[in-house]
Design a protein around this ligand. Structure first.
Ligand code: HEM
Ligand SMILES: *[C@@H]1O[C@H](CO)[C@@H](O)[C@H](O)[C@H]1NC(C)=O
Ligand SMILES: *[C@@H]1O[C@H](CO)[C@@H](O)[C@H](O)[C@H]1NC(C)=O
Ligand SMILES: *[C@@H]1O[C@H](CO)[C@@H](O)[C@H](O)[C@H]1NC(C)=O
Ligand SMILES: *[C@@H]1O[C@H](CO)[C@@H](O)[C@H](O)[C@H]1NC(C)=O
Length: 321
């Protein structure tokens, strides 16, 4: 049992590290699912995309009004990942960070008796501490609607925002989304704090659909793990980054294998078939791994030789001239 705890920690750290390596700073997300697109009432929306977490999808239209210094944005937002969702929130954050505190949100609530309600909320540091989140009037949200479909379990909200250009830059807008399972009346209760729930905020360019920056959590992770952002190809750190990347990958694979093995041990299956099948699977994977590794080394060495030959040839040509 003690060995389990020795291995669990590193495994989790490696998995988190892998996630943070996979996450890039600038992303184009895929377009919406067909089911979501169909649900948009009258709605032709110019832009629609899947968000990176919580199965959320997000559609919007922009109308810029430079004379009145206001951007009108029609939003259709929803998810169908969890049938038991009790509340669904989407909002914008005028502070410098895409994060929970400071968010001006619309929250749709599905009460235990299936009544649907929707209102605006000012999410503060006190809300995060659990002091209760009551509706408060936020003037720029209009035309709010909520819908829950019993047939396909889509939970959606829609609204029109009249965002003052002085406070909200739609070329780098912090938007935040969240789902929770419980509410008391119009007061949503705390949401889960899994990775998906804390990575549900980003800075988006509504005009180009490019999302920049990552969830607060991943920022911390990068700092926690002291990772340098992936350097440019020409950067001299790139070499180190590459080998770091590889080492981390190998370590991750090894750690996962050991972890599964320990898991089987903890479950104490009656016969040893599990253990031996697992060894078999590992063995096969090992052989495949070895073959790929040999292949890529051969390729690497070949390439190097070619490059050497090339530079020798050009050197000779130069001398001939
Ligand atoms: C109902 C009351 C709420 C409570 C008590 C609450 C509590 C919390 C707590 C304790 C965390 C930190 C979790 C961690 O880092 O492990 C957190 C994170 C987060 N919450 Fe909430 N939350 C509430 C409502 C909301 C709402 C309505 C939204 C969306 C509009 C939201 C969005 C987020 C996001 C995006 C994070 C991760 C980034 C950050 O920490 O700012 N939360 N919440
Ligand atoms: C809610 O969504 C369902 C399924 O798309 C649709 O049939 C229904 O008309 C919608 N209700 C409202 C009030 O928009
Ligand atoms: C459902 O519950 C809410 C709050 O508890 C209440 O305001 C509402 O009238 C109820 N709706 C029905 C149809 O019973
Ligand atoms: C929301 O809360 C902030 C402080 O976090 C406050 O400055 C702002 O006036 C509040 N807005 C509304 C509409 O209550
Ligand atoms: C809005 O954000 C974009 C992109 O970050 C930036 O180029 C532009 O200068 C910003 N506009 C204002 C008024 O701050």
């Amino acid at each position: 049992m003690t060995t389990m705890y020795i291995f669990r920690g590193p495994v989790i750290v490696f998995i988190l590290a892998l996630f943070s390596l996979l996450s890039t700073t600038s992303q184009h997300y895929p377009t919406c699912s067909e089911a979501f697109s169909k649900m948009k009432e009258d709605g032709h929306f110019e832009h629609c995309m899947k968000l990176p977490t919580l199965g959320a999808e997000f559609a919007w239209n922009i109308q810029e009004d430079h004379a009145r210094q206001v951007n009108r944005i029609d939003v259709f937002f929803g998810t169908r990942q969890h049938a038991e969702i009790g509340w669904l929130a989407w909002g914008v954050n005028p502070t410098n960070e895409p994060e929970m505190v400071g968010t001006r949100a619309i929250i749709g609530i599905r009460m235990p008796n299936d009544t649907l309600a929707i209102d605006t909320y000012n999410v503060t540091a006190a809300s995060k501490l659990g002091c209760g989140l009551q509706p408060s009037k936020i003037d720029f949200f209009k035309n709010m609607k909520i819908n829950y479909s019993d047939t396909n379990h889509y939970f959606t909200i829609s609204m029109t925002l009249y965002l003052p250009q002085s406070d909200y830059n739609i070329s780098s807008l912090n938007h935040v989304w969240q789902v929770g399972y419980q509410s008391i009346g119009m007061e949503p209760q705390i949401h889960p704090t899994s990775l998906q729930n804390v990575d549900s905020a980003e800075t988006i360019n509504l005009k180009t659909r490019v999302s920049e920056g990552v969830g607060q959590h991943r920022h911390h992770l990068r700092k926690m793990l002291a990772l340098r952002l992936k350097p440019k190809r020409t950067d001299k750190y790139r070499k180190f980054w590459n080998s770091y990347h590889h080492c981390l990958g190998y370590a991750l694979l090894a750690a996962i294998s050991v972890d599964i093995f320990l898991g089987i041990g903890i479950l104490k299956p009656l016969d040893h078939a599990w253990k031996w099948s697992y060894f078999g699977v590992l063995g096969i994977l090992g052989v495949i791994f070895l073959l790929f590794e040999i292949y890529s080394w051969c390729k690497f060495l070949n390439q190097k030789e070619k490059n050497n030959q090339k530079s020798e040839v050009s050197e000779q040509q130069r001398q001939n001239k």
